[in-house]
Design a protein around this ligand. Structure first.
Ligand SMILES: Nc1ncnc2c1ncn2[C@@H]1O[C@H](COP(=O)(O)OP(=O)(O)OP(=O)(O)O)[C@@H](O)[C@H]1O
Length: 231
């Protein structure tokens, strides 16, 4: 279980997160929604350790990880697919995948077959350059790379951004597949209410750097949540 208590962080003088508290249970899909600029990506970067926690506490299972840097957090079980995916365009699909093994403890050089099985399209493309893949294929590559080290929590920042609607369903299936394996919780930042509706177990709504609403998803809740997304 990932637990955040009163997290504050930001950039230089500017405070962005103002006391975020959240719980993510094992093997659940938790969606984070809110208007542009409310701090969702900042929260992702704070969870990975790219940004320091200035106040508050973060724990993963029984382990307090508040002071851990990004390398330690990755080894400890935080996987990340950033907005824009950050595939290395000049490296092959296989090389991109193997980079995902970096955080493995103990070290491994073999990509796990059961993780690859979630992405049947990838083995056919091993020798193509990452930059030659479509947006949807790159997204699958980024997911697979982040899952290589079997993270306890996978952070996905707007995975459907710039993806054709026909491919969005494939991404939903992958998220369901991750959940079904039961090893990894997912925290998903997402703008599309439809997408959230299709995968979320639990929803947190952010506004102005803090959580303003939360709950299990059902039709009535979603109407309330949509209010926070309309400008
Ligand atoms: N590198 C940075 N340096 C300084 N301020 C930043 C930086 N990145 C983001 N911010 C500011 O932090 C605030 C929160 O931004 P953040 O990207 O976390 O929001 P968001 O909810 O993810 O929005 P979006 O949906 O547009 O990605 C904004 O006011 C933004 O201008």
């Amino acid at each position: 279980m990932l637990k955040l208590q009163g997290i504050e962080s930001g950039y230089g003088e500017s405070a962005v997160l103002r006391g975020v508290s959240m719980v993510v249970d094992p093997a659940k899909v938790v969606c984070l929604i809110g208007r542009n600029g409310v701090g969702k990506t900042t929260l992702m970067r704070t969870l990975t350790g790219q940004l320091k926690i200035r106040q508050g506490r973060m724990s993963l299972g029984e382990q307090e990880v508040t002071g851990w840097d990004s390398v330690k957090r990755a080894r400890g079980g935080i996987g990340y697919v950033p907005q824009g995916r950050e595939i290395f365009p000049q490296l092959t699909v296989k090389e991109n995948l193997l980079l995902g093994l970096e955080p493995c403890v103990p070290r491994s050089k073999v990509f796990p077959e059961d993780v690859l099985a979630l992405f049947p399209v990838l083995p056919q493309m091993y020798h193509r350059q990452g930059g030659d893949l479509s947006g949807g294929q790159q997204q699958q590559l980024a997911f697979a790379r982040a899952l290589a080290s079997r993270p306890k929590v996978l952070l996905l920042d707007e995975p459907t951004e710039g993806i054709q609607p026909s491919i969005v369903e494939e991404i939903q299936d992958v998220i369901r597949g991750i959940k079904a394996k039961g090893e990894t919780s997912v925290i998903l930042v997402e703008q599309s209410i439809e997408f959230v509706r299709s995968v979320a177990d639990y929803i947190y709504v952010m506004d102005k750097g803090t959580v303003v609403a939360e709950g299990v998803q059902d039709a009535i809740d979603m109407e309330q949540f949509e209010h926070y997304l309309t400008v």
